[in-house]
Design a protein around this ligand. Structure first.
Ligand code: SIN
Length: 515
């Protein structure tokens, strides 16, 4: 394979938005590498929608900015959020022009939903709560129509770093052979790491691959202690857990405890709701609570995918309450970037859930995630057009590059090295190790954490040694990073709750950078 100008890793909203944009650049050699099929990514599973200011008064980008900062609990980068809210509406309109079909009201205007933490309805959606499927469909069609070379079923295992810059990746091809893919620029758009936990809304591919590769290459990563738990995942053994979109609460669905009582503002930011639910479940000695959507009119018509999901397990949402419990949903931190997606390593870029642009802070506002991918991935292409090379001191990157906003640097625990194990068949061993890691993370590093629970979890992860399976190895790398950051952050803020330090502390109003 000839050397690429840009190699995009991952095929969610961020990776595909970049690839589509790159296709408009004559002469640019672009490749998209993904470990599954092009249309299999966490984006597909996104329900609620895209938050963007598409209507006038009473909404405004200032209000969207204020809501995002409030949810982020003091750790958002204001400049990054400004970029997000200002450029968001234009990116939604580009998607519509590309063929994405969003839901409209009887007058033909975009239908806007309200979700937790938003002051007004501003979330555009498709198919009720199947927004990710529609966005992925439109982007995959656009990428397939371009000249980009698409490598499906390839697994990128490590970055190639030479003379202080990223020059490509080492990858396993679909036959399992090791290949070196050469590229002048690599864009990591590999998504999140929900598979760190036993109960997650994320697909099986969400194993933190990009963050693990960055950590192994010594590239700065931050805010990984802020794993967001979605409050209303369906309490059912199915995995990933089916999500009962926040849009249901936006339309009036109520949260009820085991006694049938309401106990929290249904439209508070989701860290507040997840924490209140977890506390109530502990108090009442139950493993789930209830979402009461019986008052919603036209449930099946408005939310056809959710209706099909719950009806498939014998629940009639018009008459019965829906069993719910929090599930790992979204990693607010990731690889630190500047406002153009440049990481600390020249030649390496990051966008989407894998990145820490600073827009989410300690807790992402609902439906800001697809938006982040749509806004920041094209900025990487614009930066490449300007021949930008290397990071600038903007956005979250200021914490890495500027002395006066010096980050708290914390040492990661030892990074696991690849190893060959004997004995059990490899697939069995990998499944066993993944299961052990997920259970330990859920028990000790979930919605509620303490120094003791984090230390206990760390001991389990240490006991896993050096997994041979590359995805388990990545989970171990990212899980270790999360434990190190969560242990160092001796306060409660946003999605990170320490029962031994229950209040936020001004001393920790900093990004913890792992390197
Ligand atoms: C939801 O629909 O509740 C999820 C949307 C999001 O994760 O922002």
């Amino acid at each position: 394979m000839s050397r690429l100008d840009l190699l995009v890793l991952g095929s969610g909203v961020a990776g595909l938005s970049a690839a589509v944009r790159a296709a408009g650049e004559p002469g640019l050699q672009v490749g998209v590498l993904t470990k599954a099929a092009l249309d299999q990514s966490a984006t597909r599973w996104a329900q609620g929608g895209v938050a963007a200011v598409l209507a006038e008064d009473p909404d405004s980008t200032d209000l969207h900015l204020a809501d995002t900062l409030a949810a982020g609990a003091g750790l958002c980068d204001v400049d990054a959020v400004r970029v997000l809210v200002d450029e968001g509406p234009g990116r939604v309109n580009e998607l519509i022009a590309m063929g994405a079909v969003f839901d409209r009201d009887a007058e033909g205007e975009l239908a806007l939903a309200r979700e937790g933490g938003h002051s007004v309805p501003r979330v555009v959606h498709a198919g009720g709560a199947a927004t990710g499927v529609e966005i992925e469909r439109a982007l995959v069609a656009a990428v397939r129509a371009t000249a980009a070379s698409v490598m499906e079923g390839w697994f990128a295992s490590d970055l190639v770093v030479e003379k202080g810059r990223c020059r490509g990746v080492i990858a396993l091809d679909p036959a399992g052979d090791t290949q070196r893919v050469e590229a002048d620029n690599v864009l990591l758009a590999t998504g999140g790491a929900g598979q760190l936990f036993a109960v997650t809304t994320n697909p099986v591919q969400a194993t933190g691959d990009g963050i693990a590769m960055a950590l192994r290459a010594g590239v700065a990563v931050a805010d990984v202690e802020f794993m967001q738990f979605h409050p209303t995942a369906l309490h059912h053994p199915k995995m990933p857990r089916p999500l009962l979109s926040e849009a249901l609460r936006g339309h009036g669905a109520l949260l009820r405890d085991a006694a049938g009582e309401r106990f929290v503002d249904e439209l508070a930011p989701r860290d507040v709701v997840a924490r209140a639910m977890t506390a109530r479940m502990l108090d009442q000695h139950v493993d789930h609570l209830w979402l009461d959507a019986t008052g919603l009119e036209r449930f099946d018509e408005r939310f056809p995918t959710i209706a099909a999901e719950v009806r498939a397990i014998g629940i009639d949402p018009a008459r019965e309450w829906l069993p719910i419990a929090p599930a790992a949903h979204y990693l607010s931190g990731g690889i630190v970037t500047d406002l153009d997606g440049a990481t600390a390593l020249p030649g390496l870029w990051a966008a989407g859930e894998v990145a820490c642009t600073g827009v989410h802070g300690a807790n992402r506002l609902a439906s800001n995630s697809l938006l982040e991918g749509m806004v920041f991935a094209p900025r990487v292409l614009e930066a490449l057009e300007r021949r930008k090379d290397g990071p600038e001191s903007t956005g979250a990157m200021r914490c890495v590059l500027e002395r006066d906003v010096a980050p708290e640097a914390i040492a990661g625990r030892g990074l696991p090295r690849p190893a060959v194990t004997g004995g059990l068949p490899a697939a069995y061993e990998a499944a066993k190790q993944r299961d052990e890691l997920q259970r330990a993370m859920t028990l000790g590093a979930g919605v509620l954490r303490s120094a003791t629970s984090l230390a206990d979890t760390a001991r389990v992860l240490d006991g896993l040694g050096a997994p041979a399976d590359p995805e388990v190895r990545n989970l171990l790398t990212v899980g270790s990073a999360l434990l190190a950051a969560a242990g160092a952050r001796e306060e409660s803020r946003g999605a990170h709750t320490r029962v031994d330090f229950p209040e936020p502390s001004p001393a920790y109003r900093v990004r913890l950078v792992l390197s």
